[in-house]
Structure formats: structure tokens, C-alpha cells
Design a protein around this ligand. Structure first.
Ligand code: FEO
Length: 396
């Protein structure tokens, strides 16, 4: 289980091949995940982060079998969330009193979750801890990346940044390093992770990236807490984050909808056709929300300059799949994206008006009143939807 990364630094984490969802059932993880923990063995032995609670015993037993459990002098808890702190109770049952280095907020989250008065040592940005052989750990607070309690830890001389959630991916692999895995899958998972977890904190992230860059620390390896370790051109993921944090968008329009009797689906397809006619260069993607993975669709919206949202009217409202998805988009705090609405109705027909309100409330620039069609769209109404699509394509 212990895999040497560089000099006296090893990976001692857990690859979770079976993970299907994360944060309960909020986020799909098509490629599983990893909980990366690291062991530094200098004059002092340091454990950086642990693993998710279901793997706590296995994790601590492995450390014991490697003969390192009783040698741990310090524990660094970069973040209190349970996927990284879950083995702390078992660990500290076996090695009680071991000092834990973490932020003031992490004391709150760890005490809040485990109700233990462990030997906490609060650190702030710039604080250093000597670990012998001329090496130091330098702590950098990373509030909101991913929680207010988050921090990164930098190991001098070896130039390794233990970044915790930042730069991670839910991507199970035994290959450990970024240069050994399929690049398309890796960046797909890295973007999905960013779009669904870190996007709300883009403004904070942008400032933090500048702050880290200003510290002028040489970085040879970025050792994240999920997925691969960035050893080959590690700054490539920092560059990606710099782009993603800056109101990222591609030349894409995403159409999302739900439909009861196919009328709203027909509108969606005609709108897509109109967009394509008016602007053949733009990528248009359609998703029937209940038939799609919403987290994958969130990533598509993250990439888009515009989202077009459709729902028929039901009970004077909109379908709950669409309402839930708009709520998810709102949570992601997407910026600088345009939106429009469409939908069929039989009687009262409130859906498009409501969609416009919800989209505005979610931070989108709503381009027009949208298009609503009573009953099933006939040829004329389908042509109107095509024209509506053309209008959207030109409204950029
Ligand atoms: Fe991977 Fe915010 O925990």
C-alpha cells in the first residue's frame, strides 16, 4: 500500500474503485475516487490527511503493518471533511495525544464531527514546522477550497504542495501519477470536479492562486487529496484552474429540458436546429434532464456561454427535475452566462414566465421572454422555435 513518491515521501491512501456517488448522492463519480494520504519520514514522521471513514481500520492497520504507525510524530489535517478526516478517531485511539496541525476552523469542524478534544495545534498561512534534515512544512490557508477550514501544506526542499481538495479529481487509479493515465478521462474528471464542487468559490480561488504564485515557492509535485498526483508539468492544472476560475466558457450552448408528452422536447430540438443554422460553429448539446446525469450536465453548463431551459407547465408550475436543476446551477454561482426559456402548456401556461424568474434568480442574463406553445407544436410553431433558436444564436 505504501508507494514512494519522492525521497522520503510516500502515498499511503486508499483507492475507492466502487464509489458511485459522493457527498451522499449529490455528485456522481463514474470513475470512483481516491482518498490520498501521505507519509513524510524525515527526522520527524508526519502523516498528511487520512481517508474516508469506511476505510479507517484498513488504513490504520496498513500503517501498523508498514511499521510506521507508532512513529508518527505529527498529523496534518488539511481539511475536516470526512473523506479526509474519517480515520482520525481510529488513528488517535491507537496513537493518542499525537499533535494535529490544522486551521482554527478545522478545530471547529473536527470537534463538531468527532466530539473529541484532540491535541490540536492551530496554524495560519506562513506558519512553519521543522521536520528535520533541513526540511520544513509551510502551511497556507485555503478557505473555501473546499471548506472554510481548508489549507494546503508545502514541503520545502522536496517542493511538494499537498493541496488537499484543490486540483483533485474523483478518479480511481493505481497508476498514481497524471502522466500515466488517460488524459481525456483525467481532464474530464478534473473539470467535472471543478464545475460541481469548486465553481461557487471561483472568485476566492482566483485570489488564492495569485497569492500562492506570489509566494514564489518552487513546485515540483502537486499532491492532491483525490485522484492523481500531478508530477508531470504540475503547473498545467494550476493554469487550467486559472482559466476555469475566470468566468470560463467555450463556444457552446446547452439546452436542458424535461417533457411530459414530447411537446417541449420537440421545441428543444427545433431551437437546437435554429441555433445551428444561424451559427454552425457553436456546439449545441441537448439534455433531457431525468435521462441525464445532472452533474455531467452541470459540467456542460459550466462550459457554455448560454443555457436554454425548457419545461411544460404542470400544476401552475414547472417540472421538479427542471426546478432542481436550476437550483443546482444557482448553487454553482455561474457568472457571465446568458439564458432563455421555453415550454409547452395545455391550460394555464405559467412555466416560461417562472423559468425566466428562476434563471434570473440563479444569476443568468435572461435574453428575452422565451417561447411558449399551447398544446403540441404544429409545423408553424416548430418553425417559430427554429427562428427562436436563430435569434438566440445571434444574441451574443
Ligand atoms: Fe475531499 Fe472537501 O473533501
Amino acid at each position: 500500500m505504501k508507494k514512494l513518491i519522492k525521497n522520503n515521501v510516500s502515498w499511503v491512501g486508499k483507492v475507492d474503485w466502487e464509489l458511485e456517488t459522493f457527498h451522499g448522492h449529490e455528485l456522481t463519480t463514474h470513475h470512483g475516487s481516491t482518498y490520498n494520504s501521505y507519509l513524510i519520514q524525515e527526522e520527524k514522521t508526519v502523516l498528511i490527511d487520512t481517508v474516508w471513514k469506511p476505510f479507517a481500520n484498513e488504513f490504520v492497520d496498513n500503517l501498523a503493518q508498514e511499521g510506521v504507525l507508532d512513529k508518527i510524530d505529527f498529523i496534518v489535517a488539511n481539511h475536516g471533511e470526512i473523506d479526509h478526516s474519517g480515520a482520525l478517531p481510529e488513528l488517535l485511539r491507537r496513537i493518542p495525544g499525537t499533535p494535529i496541525y490544522c486551521t482554527a476552523n478545522a478545530v471547529k469542524s473536527l470537534k463538531g464531527m468527532y466530539h473529541q478534544d484532540w491535541n490540536f495545534n492551530v496554524v495560519k498561512t506562513g506558519d512553519k514546522l521543522d521536520i528535520g534534515n533541513g526540511k520544513q512544512l509551510v502551511f497556507v490557508e485555503m478557505p473555501m477550497l473546499h471548506w472554510p477550514d481548508s489549507m494546503a501544506t508545502y514541503l520545502s526542499v522536496d517542493d511538494i504542495l499537498f493541496s488537499n481538495d484543490a486540483f483533485g479529481q474523483h478518479y480511481a487509479t493505481e497508476l498514481l501519477y497524471n502522466d500515466l493515465v488517460d488524459q481525456c478521462s483525467l481532464f474530464q474528471e478534473a473539470m467535472k470536479y471543478y464545475a460541481n464542487i469548486l465553481a461557487p468559490f471561483s472568485a476566492v480561488l482566483k485570489r488564492k492562486l495569485q497569492e500562492i504564485s506570489a509566494l514564489g515557492l518552487p513546485i515540483d509535485i502537486i499532491a492532491t487529496s483525490h485522484g492523481v498526483i500531478w508530477r508531470d508539468n504540475p503547473l498545467q492544472i494550476v493554469e487550467k484552474y486559472t482559466q476555469w476560475a475566470d468566468n470560463y466558457q467555450e463556444n457552446q450552448i446547452t439546452i436542458v429540458y424535461d417533457t411530459m408528452w414530447n411537446g417541449t422536447r420537440v421545441l428543444a430540438e427545433n431551437i437546437a436546429q435554429g441555433i445551428h443554422i444561424a451559427d454552425p460553429d457553436v456546439t449545441v448539446k441537448l439534455f433531457n434532464l431525468p435521462k441525464s446525469d445532472v452533474n455531467d450536465v452541470i459540467m456542460e453548463v459550466f462550459k457554455s456561454k448560454m443555457v436554454v431551459v425548457g419545461s411544460p407547465t404542470i400544476n401552475n408550475g414547472i417540472l421538479h427535475s427542471v426546478a432542481g436543476f436550476i437550483n443546482l446551477m444557482k448553487e454553482m454561482k455561474f457568472k457571465n452566462k446568458k439564458a432563455a426559456a421555453f415550454g409547452c402548456y395545455g391550460w394555464s401556461g405559467e412555466s416560461v414566465k417562472l423559468l425566466n424568474e428562476f434563471l434570473q434568480g440563479a444569476g443568468f442574463e435572461v435574453l428575452n421572454e422565451g417561447i411558449r406553445v399551447q398544446w403540441n407544436p404544429d409545423q408553424d410553431k416548430q418553425q417559430e422555435a427554429v427562428e427562436f433558436g436563430k435569434e438566440l444564436a445571434m444574441a451574443q
